[in-house]
Write a protein that binds this ligand. Structure first.
Ligand SMILES: [Fe+2]
Ligand SMILES: [Fe+2]
Length: 154
């Protein structure tokens, strides 16, 4: 392990902050700037869906394994992921239909996403700091970092 490697909790919480920033960029774009709004929404939504996918593929199965109370937390997290995706889908449809405010949907998303992220940061991510193997930590890091158009790994 090199000194530049972050703990899983730092890495994952940091990804939440980057997603927050992308969401704020989308929100700050006027309704009249349709193309830019669409582009910013797509970037935010793609990265958020990728974050969710990494959690469900590489992290939650380990967290929930063999412990009923942690398993219940995973079930709640999965439930919230589906709600988040559902709001993203309705926002996408609204944006496809033409220039219209999405403020009500942004509000809905904030309500579910912020509480979800806070729960993960408090009750889920710290556990990985002592239970995630170095190999799996590296895999999660590469998967989150390597995502997007700036990707330069094979
Ligand atoms: Fe999540
Ligand atoms: Fe998360």
């Amino acid at each position: 392990m090199t000194g530049t490697e972050e703990r899983p909790s730092q890495l994952l919480s940091g990804d939440h902050r980057e997603l927050d920033q992308k969401f704020e960029e989308f929100r700050a774009t006027p309704v009249s700037e349709m193309a830019q709004r669409r582009e910013r929404f797509d970037r935010f939504a793609a990265d958020l869906c990728h974050h969710i996918e990494v959690e469900e593929r590489l992290l939650f199965p380990i967290f929930g394994e063999g412990d009923p109370s942690r398993r219940r937390v995973v079930d709640l997290m999965l439930d919230e992921h589906r709600r988040i995706e559902e709001v993203l889908q309705r926002t996408r449809l609204r944006l496809n239909a033409g220039p219209a405010s999405t403020e009500d949907l942004e509000f809905e998303l904030v309500n579910v996403l912020w509480a979800h992220n806070a729960r993960e940061e408090e009750a889920v991510y710290p556990w990985f700091d002592t239970h995630l193997s170095k190999d799996r930590t590296r895999e999660v890091t590469q998967d989150l970092r390597g995502h997007g158009p700036t990707q330069d790994e094979p």
